[in-house]
Design a protein around this ligand. Structure first.
Ligand code: SF4
Length: 435
């Protein structure tokens, strides 16, 4: 008998990627093997995101293709998981006859049983929430040098534009022991860099009785042998404390690269976004982090065209980007999410203005980044080797997330750390030689 295959299409954030790995393990526990494309799969799972409009609208077009595959093979099972599944539940089953099951964000832990039920021919939606302690059992993962580890789920910040608190629910943290055991297991399988994941990792532990906060968790993980690097995302600026900054500075393995989403440089817009910090409060934290760690790098998210954003507000964002000298920025045009507070504010900035601002924002950041490039030439950077490009040429990533290709006479294995002297710096990455 032919072995059945599965394909998972993941949209959105690193936490969704992590959930997809858990679902892959569940599919494999039911005898499925991975395949390269939905067109050749017996089980197709779309792990959705509702943070922006595009991923949500993309689902309809993917399901259109799945309908064609299903016309050829009616036994194909199609599942929708993730935030859109949580939000829309049964409605998706009614709207798309192609769909066999809809499984919400908490249903990932039940995925094995969900697949069994779908295979038995039942169409259903499972959007039930798991209450109590947030726990993730052991699951097998693909061999890799880097891996994400979810430390908490949910968000209680209610930024006015964001749907996450409605679909991911209350903040719930995994117990530190469980997280550290997962990191140790990953280290045993060859993982050398971990990224702790959560909607707001700075809230980690507030719901636990053991009084471990995120700084404490970082310190504990820093002591795990064989792990060379620790990253984390995402930090809400309002909760990014001096204790966190000092912890990053003290921990040997925690990357001095901090993703701190500003979203807008205008206090008026920050207030409307319910971000709970001012530009000055944000920049004071960034300045303090730079004072304590002069080599630290930062990245940020921005939303262009938030309701009511004027040219002056947007210019404040440009000034903030100029000041912060971010390594990377991630920016998107605002799109209203149903059920959020910002939806009530209307979508007042025309699309062409949003697009034009987005372009200006990226152009400015590109110019600032390019102007800084010569500073890097001649400096040394630490690279986590991820592979070999050519004979004697290796590739990897430095602590600030820059791709680095380097020449080395010594053979290097994925996962090793290399000290590299930069000889050429381009926007797309650095080149160098092993020191
Ligand atoms: S912090 Fe704000 S933007 Fe981030 S998940 Fe929570 S509500 Fe959404």
């Amino acid at each position: 008998m032919r072995t059945k295959t599965y394909f998972i299409q993941t949209f959105g954030c690193a936490m969704n990627e992590y959930d997809s790995e858990r679902m892959a393990a569940a599919a494999e526990s039911r005898g499925f093997i991975p395949c390269e494309a939905a067109s050749c799969a017996d089980l197709i799972i779309y792990n959705t995101c509702s943070v922006r409009e595009k991923p949500q609208t993309k689902i309809s077009s993917y399901l259109g293709r799945a309908r064609i595959y299903k016309e050829k093979n009616p036994d194909i099972i199609v599942g929708i998981t993730g935030c859109v599944a949580q939000q829309e539940g049964e409605a998706l089953l009614k709207r798309f006859k192609t769909v066999n099951f809809v499984a919400g964000t908490d249903a990932v832990s039940r995925m094995g049983d969900i697949i069994d039920k779908a295979l038995s021919g039942i169409r259903f939606a499972d959007t039930g929430e798991t209450s109590g302690v947030f726990s993730i059992g052991e699951f097998s993962r693909r061999p890799s040098v880097t891996a994400g580890v979810t430390v908490m789920k949910g968000c209680e910040n209610f930024c006015s534009y964001c749907i996450v608190p409605f679909v991911r629910g209350k903040e719930l943290s995994r117990k530190p022991d469980e997280i550290l055991k997962e990191v140790e297991r990953l280290a045993d399988t060859g993982v050398r860099e971990i990224c702790f994941l959560g909607q707001n990792v700075n809230s980690y532990g507030r719901d636990l009785s053991c009084e471990t906060d995120f700084s404490d968790l970082l310190k504990m993980a820093d002591r795990i042998p064989s792990i060379n690097r620790i990253r984390f995302m995402t930090s809400h600026p309002k909760d990014f404390s001096e204790k966190m900054i000092r912890t990053i500075a003290e921990c040997e393995k925690v990357c001095r690269y901090i993703h701190l989403p500003l979203q807008s440089g205008s206090d008026r817009i920050l207030k409307a976004m319910n971000r709970k910090y001012t530009l000055k409060e944000y920049m004071d934290k960034l300045d303090l982090a730079r004072k304590i760690m002069p080599d630290a790098g930062f990245s940020s998210d921005f939303i262009t065209g938030f309701p009511g954003e004027t040219e002056d507000d947007f210019n404040d964002t440009l000034k903030a980007v100029e000041y912060a000298e971010y390594e990377h920025i991630f920016a998107f045009n605002y799109s209203p999410r149903p059920g959020t507070a910002a939806e009530q504010m209307g979508d007042t900035v025309p699309d062409e203005v949003k697009n034009e601002r987005l372009t200006r924002l990226f152009e400015l950041h590109g110019r600032i980044s390019d102007a800084r490039l010569p500073e890097f030439v001649g400096t040394e950077t630490e690279v986590l080797v991820t592979g070999r490009k050519d004979a004697g040429v290796f590739t990897g990533c430095n602590t600030c997330g820059r791709n680095v290709n380097f020449i080395s006479d010594t053979d290097m294995e994925p996962g090793e750390l290399a000290r590299v002297k930069i000889t050429e710096a381009r926007r797309g990455g650095f080149s160098g030689v092993l020191v």
